[in-house]
Design a binder for this molecule. Sequence first.
Ligand code: URA
Length: 161
Amino acid sequence: MPGEGNPFARIFFVGEAPGATEDATGRPFVGRAGELLTRIIKAMGFSRKEVFIGNILKCRPPGNRTPTEEEQKTCFPYLERQIEIIKPDVLIALGRVAAVNLTGKKTSLSSMRGEVHHFRGIPVVVTYHPSYLLQRGEPKELKKLVWADMKLALRILNGEI
Ligand code: URA
């Protein structure tokens, strides 16, 4: 499942791996987490068609487990090439797996949030995975943090950072 979106996208969202629905349809983020991601994209003033949505893994790990390091390493060159071709102005890492791969830092997600990292010279903003928000019942405090992260990405796009 390679991902989908605008080949000239300014924003490239990177998730973890396709889930069951994504595997069945061949499209990224189409389940409940996808609905939430779509809402986030709209709140930023974009449509799904304007951005690009991909994942670290191109296949669904059995039972939706966290991808192994070997799986991540095996798939990463494909994402690297996608980023090279699309040349987005900002990468948004959704969750820790994407964040670790794009920042090269193996720390907690909360410690990676709030600052601008770089991947091959492209700014990277780290935020919580939409599935994590759903698991937690979309609490206001968490939504506020995600929105702060999206505002950081928008400031990058607007040339304010
Ligand atoms: N979760 C992800 O990380 N990626 C998808 O494509 C769907 C759910």
